[in-house]
Write a protein that binds this ligand. Sequence first.
Ligand code: BGC
Length: 375
Amino acid sequence: MKLLTPLIAASLAGASLMHAAESSITSKSFGTTTNGVKVELYTLTNEKGASASISSYGGIVTKLLIPDRSGKFDDVVLGFDKLSSYEKKSPYFGALIGRYGNRIAKGKFSLDGETYTLATNNNGQSLHGGIKGFDKVVWQATPVVTKQGPSLKLTYTSKDGEEGYPGTLSVTATYTLTNKNELKLVYTATTDKDTIVNLTHHSYFNLAGQGNGDILGHLLTLKSGKYTPIDKVLITTGELTPVKGTPFDFRKATVIGDRINQENEQLKFAGGYDHNWVASKLPGHLGVVAKVEEPKSGRVMEVLSTEPGVQFYSGNFLDGTLVGKEGKVYPFRSGFCLEPQHYPDSPNHPNFPSVELKPGQTYKNTIIYRFSTKS
Ligand code: BGC
């Protein structure tokens, strides 16, 4: 293992001496892809001792060590021990998603009067960027120590026509594990031709620790008065539906499992929650969109974002067949995703906020997963 940055001494003032910690970035080989490309695994450790491991393959957060209310660290994300498992079959564990997070109906959209056909990979639809999305490419990685905490800058240039998308897209994703126990993700992108873009992050969280049962006892708050319903192939209908009086109302903290098995067409289509909520905040402004609390460990995660929506996915396609880290298996609903993003299938719904990016413009998206504890 290589230590990449000089250790940064934390404040050693007074009584905090005993707990003084240092932030660091280390790297080690994560192996070689089946195409022969070398992959590195970086570990960012902040002054509080929390750490995030990130693979240059797929920008994947493979491990996230966060303290519980007694100060005990657990890994709160699902994933694999080996690169080959991510390459073989991963339901986007921890991945950087692009060019377009979520589904585009039949992989088709029009832009400037031209129709584009994307790679389809999900029941005839295009999901999370297509067959070889940003979760399956090797990113150029540069570690940097910032005032906020240790950081990793990932860059990738997606060629014009890749997976069917127009324009050469130059993407930067900067992951910082701040000294306030936040995993902060900042994405920027530019293009040389009119295109569409919608990047997001796909960690499966279990705040009780990965492999520690299902997530149905977690309490969820979604600051949204509306959501975007889907049809039976999980494609957004284009409507914005009030959550009031439905199992989609999470405006007050509610146990995830309370209503998940209710008789409800939307829940039936998705096998649980797998929907986009309309964020109640000013567009483009960073604000809290979701909060999750795990009563036993006391861990709390707030999700802040600049994006107009957030997908809440309750891990309905997990079925116990994947063997994860430390040999743990991941049964039905044993992890949840909160993916801040533009609404699904936006290019085909002119009433949704635009996902177009033109030459000269810079796409920017900030997502923060902020951890704390509650007694
Ligand atoms: C989607 C699910 C999909 C999953 C892939 C989520 O973002 O909403 O429908 O199955 O990603 O693992």
